[in-house]
Design a binder for this molecule. Structure first.
Ligand SMILES: [Zn+2]
Length: 218
């Protein structure tokens, strides 16, 4: 991982947060026009009917890194994207939840596991796709888990068994790499902040073609 570089996404790339994709007003359903509003710097989707702006902001993905008997719990995805690949239990935060509550809920849904959060482990921003991952360390309240509707398998992996070549997302590669480094360096996980950026010219589907920038740990 490279901690010194700072790559901007190519301007031609139509990311999921591309304002041009917002064709209708979120407030009244009217058609939008795309302009830079007075006093702002970014192109926005402005309603031609009611005049309100539909803002696009990053989404938060929350999840748990569950430690049990010196192993970590991973789920094999039974849904797209990344069908058949391994992930920590994680998903989008819902309105009305704290990040911790969302992480516990996602773990219940994806692994039928009841967990207690120990501490925050990582905040990883992915500016290119407008996502921020918040991952908590957690432990099983009872030694029970099984695949939920979005998972085909849930398994405990020792540090040396983590399937790095078949993980679902770059965020999972980064999270689990940092965890393994912490554990091998002294057995106590730290808290990590960092920004995941694609290496220029690499395929969007290559989850290993990233840099972890602005990495800070405590
Ligand atoms: Zn409107």
């Amino acid at each position: 991982m490279d901690s010194s570089s700072d790559h901007s996404p190519p301007s031609s790339l139509h990311s999921p947060g591309d304002v041009q994709n917002v064709k209708f007003c979120q407030w009244c359903g009217g058609p939008t026009k795309h302009e830079i509003p007075e006093g702002e710097e970014r192109l926005r989707a402005i309603c031609t009917s009611c005049g309100k702006i539909t803002y696009q902001n990053p989404k938060m993905v929350v999840g748990c890194l569950i430690e049990h008997d010196n192993k970590v719990l991973l789920c094999k995805r039974k849904i797209e994207p990344s069908y058949g690949l391994w992930t920590l239990p994680a998903g989008y935060l819902e309105i009305g939840e704290s990040a911790m509550e969302g992480a516990i809920r996602e773990t219940r849904e994806e692994a039928n596991a009841d967990v207690e959060v120990i501490s925050p482990f990582a905040q990883l921003d992915i500016p290119l796709i407008g996502q921020t991952y918040i991952i908590f360390l957690a432990r099983l309240k009872k030694p029970h888990f099984s695949p939920g509707p979005e998972s085909s398998e849930c398994l405990l992996f020792s540090l040396n068994e983590i399937p790095f070549s078949s993980l679902s997302f770059s965020s999972m590669v980064v999270t689990l790499s940092l965890y393994v480094e912490d554990m091998k360096a002294g057995g106590k996980p730290k808290f990590h902040y960092g920004t995941i950026n694609k290496r220029p010219g690499t395929s969007a589907s290559d989850i290993h073609a990233y840099t972890l920038d602005h990495h800070m740990q405590s």
